[in-house]
Design a protein around this ligand. Sequence first.
Ligand SMILES: [Zn+2]
Ligand SMILES: [Zn+2]
Length: 147
Amino acid sequence: MTIAGGCQCGAVRYRFQGPIAPAYACHCGECKKQSASAFSMAVPMRYSQLTVQGDAASFETVAHSGKAKHNYFCGQCGTRLWHSPTNTPDAIALKVGTLDNPSGIAPSGHLWVSKKQPGFQLDPASEQHQTQPDDLVRWRADLVRMA
Ligand SMILES: [Zn+2]
Ligand SMILES: [Zn+2]
């Protein structure tokens, strides 16, 4: 199963072979900024799984862990594409909204529920963290293994 996606203007396109790992949502302040919305939604995966056409630009922010976070986006339209803890991306968090067909993908987990905007009801069956797991890198890697 080939899964494809890209930015809003089409300058950056990607595809990879499924299956896809469980998605998660994050309600923290940084994710509100980067999504320009109430929360972000991402699928953890390995960058090596992706075939990318076009050049993604990046800039650096500081993650909740205090470590650098590299944020990749389309330099033409500004759509955020994926995040990586390193600038040679290996473990990445791919933005669900950039998939050509994100239908049917519900978040299996929620981070930073303490910062959630009012008006959103979370699935009680989902994993919910008031902040985030202590070892977020490992938590994401566990999700990748569930693909
Ligand atoms: Zn674009
Ligand atoms: Zn966040």
